[in-house]
Every structure is written in structure tokens, then in C-alpha cells.
Design a protein around this ligand. Structure first.
Ligand code: HEM
Ligand code: CU
Length: 556
């Protein structure tokens, strides 16, 4: 029996979440394709340069905020239900957060797309960071607020299941799939407080005209209080897949249970007090706080390096189980013909490259070299755009059959898809990084630099622009392949009781070696809150001491 037959109610909500996620991915991806052609001047016929910012807002919101959130909800429903062996406690509650999230999304998307209707007063070309003084229609902010509240309810749903499970299992360790989901959600609660205060307390009253002034720095600071942790909200579910499922797909077992828990705890503690590393160039924040943020950011490399070690060790174990030998020859014994495995593995490789460019971003002084250049999109298309997005796509090849009770169709296309994404992203991201080093700005419809005509000479602007355009096109083809395989399998795949092998073996170093303190949720949450207070209370006080809505100098 597969997930669908054991937990039909949970399967239904998970599927609903995945459908919304895939629709957002399709529309957002299409916008990305148009942007890549437009801003490189390769083809500008779809929209004009004014509309570019509407598309860019749609791309950022639909992919970075909507696709991720809905996919993560589906993934966690699967993991929590399965590992606690119980359906959600109350289906009315579960469906109500799902629908609230959909209503919020529709409001937000509607205001953004309003920008494509000539003379419409409903607009939200404010990009997914919505910094004031750019202003959107109030429905944009209200929709976002609803999505956040609904995501809190989703987290509450999983804590509810956990508490009920705990009543019957007073002495058991938290199952690892639930542990990872709960710690991700704890981090989400800590960080979304910032953006919730920003949206509800400042932006909604201002967009409704209830207050007329807005201070640019305070909303930005509250946004980035949330904005770095949100990248871990995307990334931890990818780690979830790499820790819990990838070892099995490689033919082996997770290397260590306690290492996995420690990594998630470090992320809970350190993800939020680092937001100033997005504000190195902002005036009005003392350099000492920026330095503190840099130090904590660099500390965050540690759990990612631990992940690298644990995941590669698990894969090596898998390869050796399959007969792999030698120092590196075992790599050839990994299942390079399994789409789910290949997607996760390639996503992990790209993440390593993204980590390197991330170190440059995080360093206070070198950051100035690449700040607001197209280097930055080059960086995060490796992280959220590949490590996360490609992992989510790849694991869909393994999850969707469990949720629909149907086998995957078109395995060859499914196998080509992650390789194509890898190739497309290598071209696009590499060229974006290099163009950024040459000073090409991000977030612009205009190329800005001469020499953008076709010049197939290596190292010229023309060469970089063509790499971006060709890379973006290959990515779009890869996306179409993904959607095609999923839709075809969902609608017409062969029905089966066991469409994939969904057994997950125990870790090599199991929970019996895991210190009990790691499961102490309250302790780790308290530590996280203390570090946030240390990082944020003084600077926020400085910003609001002269009035919440008005910009101006501090009375000194
Ligand atoms: C920005 C292309 C997939 C997230 C951009 C930009 C391009 C682009 C050219 C830069 C625009 C500019 O700064 O002027 C593409 C293509 C994709 C793709 C061709 C694949 C078909 C993704 C995915 C994600 C993503 C999967 C995340 C899950 C973003 C974000 C921005 C961005 C957050 C920044 C928006 C902003 O600056 O406000 N994309 N992208 N993209 N992309 Fe993508
Ligand atoms: Cu960050």
C-alpha cells in the first residue's frame, strides 16, 4: 500500500498544495523566460519595458514565495502524516488554512497581473521585496498577510498532530521527518513576525491612505529580519529531501540521525539574526551590527558544510552497497538513470557553487563590488532557483506517484529534465555572475551597456548576454518537460498499489545514539529568541525612536 491508500485525507490536501505550487511554477517560469530574452535584448516583442517590472514582480512572488510555500506545505503534510502515522487531526481546519492561503495568493496575483491591463488602477509592480516608497494596491499586501497567517495555521496543524502523537508515545524520540518539519516551522514563526509587523503595521495602513508618510529604512529592516530566514525556509525542505530521501534513492541509508538534528537546530538558532547582511549598503544601521550579522552569517556555513558531509557520506554508502569501489570510482555506481536521484544530486552540486558566491555576498567589503548587480540573481538561481526548485521537481517524480497511486510516465523525458536544468542554469547563472562583476545591474529592463549586439567573442558583453538568453531558454524547455511528465503521469499513469518503492530505511547511526537534549524544542526556541533580541533590539529602537512612520534624524 502506498501513501494514497494509507492516508487518503492527507493525500488529498497534499495534492491540492502541489497543484497550486505547479501552476505558480508554470506561470512564474514563463515570466522568467520573457525576462531573460527581454533584458538581454534578444527578443523584446512580448511586453514593453514598463511591463517588465510587473513580470519581474510576478516571477519573484510566484516562484520564490508561492511555489515554494505550497510545495513545502505538501511535502510536510506527507512527511508528518507518514512519520507520525496519523491523518491530520481535523480536516476542516486543514482545508481552511489551505483555502485561506489560496485566497491570499489569488488577491496578490490579481493585483500584480493588473499591471498588464492598460490604465488599470490595480497595480503592484513593487517586486517581491516590496520596499517603500514603491507602493502597491492594498489587496497585494492584504493577500500576502493572509498567506502568512495561513502558513502559521499550517504549522499549528503539524504541532497539533505532534502533540496528539506525543500523548500516546510519551517516551519516544520525535521521528526525524517530523523533527525536521517542526524545526523548520519554528524558524518560520520566529522570522515571519518581522514581515507580519511590516505588512500589517506599516504597509497596509499606508497603502490604504490611513497614514501618509513612510520611513524607508524601518520596513526594509523588518523585511530583511524575515528575508534571510526565508531563504532557509526554502532550503531546509530541500535538506529534508536530501537527508530523508536521497540516501534511500542512492541505495543506502542516512549517515547519522543526530547530525541531522543538530543541523536543523543550528538553522533555527542562527537564521534570523543575520538579516543585516542584505543591508550592508543601507545608511542608518551602525557598522557594528552589520559586522555581527556578517559573523553569524559565516557561522551558518557550518551546518551547510555538515550537510555536505552527511549527504555525501550517505550517498557513498549507497554507492558501495551497489558495488562501488575506490576513492572516487564509486560515484559511477550511483543511480544516474533515476530522475529523482539525478535531480537531487545535480541540485546539490549547484548548491555548492551557490555557497561560494554566497560567501562573497556575505563579506561586508567585497559585497560592495557586486551589490545590486546581476551577480545577485546569478547567485540565487543556484540556491533557491536550483538547489530548492530542482530538488522539488526531482522529488515530485517520487512523491506524486505515492499521492496519486499512479506510476511515472515518460521516464526518459523525466531523466533528461534535470540534466537540461543543470546545463541551462550553468550557462545562465555563470554569465549572470560574470556580467555582475562587470557592473551590469539587476532589476532593469534595459541592458545599459553598449556592445550588446551579437558578438560571439568570449568575455564580451554580447557573449554573456547570449549565454543568459540561451541558458534561460534551456531552463524553460526543462520546465515544460517537468510539467509534461507530471501532468501525464497524474492523469494517465498506470494505476498501482505500489507505484514506487517508498520504504525509507533507518539511519546508519540511529536515534539510539542521539542525545535527548536535541529534542528539547523549548530550549532551542528560547536560544533562538535571545539571539534575535541581541541582534535586533538596539537598532530597531534607534529607528523608531524618532517616530514610526516618519523618516528623519535621531534627536541626539
Ligand atoms: C530574477 C530568469 C527560474 C527566482 C530573474 C531574472 C531573470 C530570471 C533573467 C533577473 C531579472 C532582473 O533582475 O532584471 C529565470 C528563468 C528561469 C527562472 C529563465 C527558469 C525558467 C527561477 C526560479 C526561481 C526564480 C525557479 C525560484 C524558485 C527569481 C527571483 C528573482 C529572479 C526571486 C528576483 C526578482 C527580483 O529581483 O525582484 N529570473 N528565472 N527564478 N528569479 Fe528567476
Ligand atoms: Cu541572506
Amino acid at each position: 500500500m502506498t501513501f494514497l491508500h494509507k492516508y487518503p485525507k492527507a493525500a488529498k490536501v497534499a495534492k491540492a498544495n502541489f497543484i497550486v505550487a505547479f501552476i505558480a511554477l508554470a506561470i512564474g517560469g514563463l515570466f522568467g523566460f520573457i525576462q531573460a530574452l527581454h533584458r538581454t535584448d534578444v527578443f523584446r516583442g512580448f511586453f514593453n519595458s514598463g511591463e517588465y517590472y510587473t513580470l519581474l514582480t510576478g516571477h519573484g512572488v510566484l516562484l520564490a514565495l508561492i511555489f515554494t510555500t505550497f510545495f513545502i506545505a505538501g511535502l510536510f503534510i506527507w512527511g508528518v502524516t507518514r512519520s507520525l502515522d496519523r491523518e491530520p487531526e481535523n480536516m476542516t481546519f486543514t482545508w481552511s488554512w489551505f483555502w485561506l492561503m489560496v485566497i491570499g495568493l489569488v488577491m496578490t496575483a490579481f493585483t500584480i497581473l493588473g499591471g498588464l491591463v492598460p490604465d488599470s488602477s490595480i497595480r503592484a509592480a513593487v517586486l517581491y521585496t516590496f520596499y517603500p516608497p514603491l507602493q502597491a494596491h492594498p489587496a497585494f499586501y492584504i493577500g500576502l498577510a493572509l498567506v502568512i497567517v495561513a502558513s502559521w495555521m499550517a504549522g499549528a496543524d503539524w504541532f497539533w498532530s505532534y502533540n496528539k502523537w506525543r500523548d500516546n508515545h510519551p517516551n519516544d524520540r520525535i521521528p526525524i521527518l517530523t523533527f525536521m518539519a517542526l524545526f523548520t516551522m519554528l524558524m518560520w514563526y520566529v522570522c515571519t513576525i518581522g514581515v507580519a509587523i511590516e505588512v500589517v503595521g506599516l504597509l497596509i495602513p499606508w497603502s490604504l491612505g490611513l497614514v501618509t508618510e513612510i520611513e524607508p529604512l524601518l520596513p526594509r529592516t523588518l523585511f530583511w529580519y524575515f528575508g534571510h530566514a526565508v531563504v532557509y525556509f526554502w532550503l531546509l525542505p530541500a535538506y529534508y529531501v536530501w537527508y530523508a530521501i536521497l540516501p534511500k534513492l542512492s541505495g543506502g541509508r542516512l549517515f547519522s540521525d543526530s547530525m541531522t538534528r543538530i543541523v536543523f537546530i543550528i538553522f533555527l538558532i542562527l537564521s534570523t539574526p543575520v538579516g543585516y547582511h542584505h543591508q550592508y549598503a543601507d545608511p542608518g544601521i551602525s557598522v557594528g551590527f552589520k559586522f555581527y550579522a556578517m559573523a553569524t552569517t559565516l557561522l551558518l556555513l557550518l551546518p551547510s558544510l555538515m550537510t555536505l558531509f552527511t549527504v555525501v557520506a550517505s550517498m557513498e554508502h549507497g554507492a558501495r552497497q551497489r558495488g562501488g569501489k575506490g576513492y572516487l570510482k564509486w560515484i559511477g555506481k550511483l543511480p544516474w538513470d533515476s530522475p529523482a536521484f539525478v535531480g537531487c544530486a545535480l541540485a546539490g552540486i549547484m548548491f555548492a557553487a551557490g555557497g561560494f558566491s554566497g560567501m562573497i555576498n556575505a563579506s561586508m567589503n567585497i559585497n560592495l563590488l557586486i551589490h545590486n548587480t546581476i551577480w545577485v540573481p546569478g547567485h540565487f538561481h543556484l540556491t533557491v532557483g536550483t538547489a530548492v526548485a530542482l530538488t522539488f521537481m526531482a522529488i515530485s517524480y517520487w512523491l506524486i506517484p505515492q499521492l496519486t497511486g499512479r506510476k511515472l510516465k515518460f521516464k526518459t523525458l523525466a531523466l533528461i529534465q534535470p540534466y537540461a536544468w543543470f546545463l541551462g542554469m550553468t550557462l545562465m547563472s555563470n554569465a549572470m555572475h560574470r556580467a555582475g562583476l562587470s557592473g551590469v545591474p539587476r532589476r532593469t529592463a534595459e541592458p545599459q551597456y553598449s556592445g550588446f549586439e551579437f558578438e560571439p567573442i568570449f568575455g564580451t558583453m554580447g557573449e554573456m548576454k547570449w549565454q543568459i538568453a540561451i541558458g534561460g531558454t534551456i531552463l524553460t524547455i526543462s520546465l515544460i518537460l517537468f510539467l509534461w511528465v507530471i501532468i501525464a503521469s497524474w492523469m494517465g499513469g498506470e494505476k498501482s498499489d505500489m507505484p514506487v518503492d517508498d520504504y525509507i530505511p533507518e539511519p546508519l547511526s540511529g536515534v539510539e545514539h542521539t542525545p535527548a537534549i536535541l529534542d528539547n524544542i523549548k530550549l532551542w526556541l528560547a536560544l533562538a529568541i535571545i539571539l534575535v533580541l541581541l541582534a535586533y533590539s538596539f537598532p530597531l529602537w534607534e529607528m523608531v525612536a524618532d517616530g514610526v512612520f516618519s523618516p528623519g534624524a535621531l534627536p541626539r
